[in-house]
Design a protein around this ligand. Structure first.
Ligand code: ADP
Length: 405
């Protein structure tokens, strides 16, 4: 295989989950994606595989992946087959998505031993996410010890939420002792999308108010006032807020007592139930929105009921954030469902003309990978679809922090 030219300054973006590793090699200046992919079922006895794409060529290899280090090693080997030699590619940085920054991190941070230790210290706030993020950091550092590694925190954009939206009405001493507050998540996406939406509208982000709806498998809404978030639906963990693919979203805290006392469930069982067996999947058996919409169109009662619950919660937050922001210039849909499911956008904003929100059905039906306006010209709130690009945002922030002020 002939060696391919990679412009110096590319960034390897890493998003490590407990049994997965998502990666992208991207030039943050030109936005060119050289390669990306997903290693799945890491550490499982069977079914491990890497779905990989480089220079437009896609392939999947089924390969044993005992740990994250094996996964990144195999990715490096696959890249070599594509003519990309990671070790001497003159990468500017490796950008790691880290889910929880706690109160310690509110900006992109170059990872050293102290930062590693601090990410570990706050891991109890995100036991499902931070430990695998750290494993990813270790694995890639072993492969690329000389490339600066940067942590980009999912909570960072929300670090300055006003106290009244960050505070739970819990005994104040207990809350302080256990660092319990609203942190918010999907921050990289909410920040990127709110800035792109302002660019699209040709207005400074500091001059407009937006409601950003990140609707993917995980889902969250934020109220962004003149570029700064003043509220968001996810809380101390990514469990709060909207109905999600497999997560409950908002739920009466008392339900946990019932499940424990009457159902005899352990904390871990309740955690699993709330995070993995609830949401759309728990309501109708499916969490892929394409399947759910097909079932809704076919009149399937469980899917229709689940869809109604999903929309009800979504509209609840839209209403709340309209009031919190007072005046709203733009309502912005993003992520898998927000970018692709025209029916969800139309149903979420049905009959809101009296709030200055009117969708144009023809514009809404157009499929595109570009930022676009789907509201009518006389809708006083601009309704936009803005594709998110967390990898590009992570790459840009990584380069900026490595370059220094
Ligand atoms: P995450 O990053 O949280 O895993 P994504 O942003 O990739 O999630 O979104 C995944 C969701 O988007 C899935 O529920 C998927 O069904 C949905 N989705 C993707 N494409 C479409 C489509 N064309 N129509 C409806 N839903 C879609």
């Amino acid at each position: 295989m002939t060696r391919k030219t990679i412009a110096p300054g590319a960034v390897l973006v890493i998003n490590a989950g407990s049994s997965s590793l998502k990666y992208q090699l991207v030039d943050p200046l030109t936005e060119k994606v050289y390669a990306d992919g997903l290693a799945e079922r890491i550490g499982e006895a069977t079914g491990s595989a890497i779905k990989h794409e480089a220079f437009g060529r896609k392939r999947t290899v089924e390969v044993s992946l005992p740990d994250h280090q094996a996964a990144i090693g195999t990715v490096a080997e696959m890249l070599r087959e594509d003519g990309i030699f990671l070790v001497d590619a003159e990468l500017a940085a490796v950008g790691h998505r880290v889910v929880h920054g706690g109160r310690s991190f509110h900006a992109p941070t170059v990872i050293d031993d102290e930062v590693r230790a601090e990410i570990e210290r706050i891991a109890p706030l995100a036991p499902l996410h931070n430990p695998p993020n750290l494993v990813g950091i270790e694995a890639v550092s072993a492969l690329l010890p000389d490339v600066p590694a940067v942590a980009i925190f999912d909570t960072a954009f929300f670090h300055n939420l006003p106290d009244e939206s960050a505070t739970y009405a819990l005994d104040a001493e207990t809350a302080a002792k256990y660092a319990i507050r609203r942190y918010g998540f999907h921050g990289t996406s909410h920040q990127y999308v709110s800035r792109r939406a302002a660019e699209f509208l040709g207005r400074p982000v500091e001059e407009i108010n937006q409601i950003v709806l990140h609707l993917g498998n995980g889902a969250s809404v934020s109220a962004v006032q003149r570029g700064q978030p003043i509220d968001t639906s996810m809380g101390m963990t990514p469990l709060e807020g909207l109905v999600m693919g497999t997560r409950t979203g908002d739920i009466d805290p008392g339900i946990a007592f019932q499940l424990a006392r009457v159902g005899g469930m352990s904390v871990d069982e309740i955690d699993h139930l709330y995070n993995k067996q609830s949401g759309l999947k728990g309501l109708c058996g499916d969490n892929d929105f394409r399947t759910i919409l097909e079932r809704v169109d076919a009149g399937d009662p469980a899917a229709v009921a689940a869809y109604r619950v999903y929309l009800h919660r979504l509209r609840h937050y839209i209403g709340a954030y309209l009031i919190e922001l007072g005046a709203v210039d733009a309502l912005v849909f993003t992520a898998g469902v927000g970018e692709n499911a025209a029916a969800v956008r139309a149903d979420a904003l049905a009959d809101l003309q009296m709030y200055g929100i009117t969708i144009d059905p023809v514009r809404n039906a157009i499929r595109s990978g570009e930022a676009r306006r789907i509201s009518t010209d006389d809708s006083s709130v601009a309704v936009l679809v803005v594709p998110t690009n967390e990898e590009l945002a992570i790459a840009r922030q990584s380069v900026a922090v490595v370059a220094g002020p």
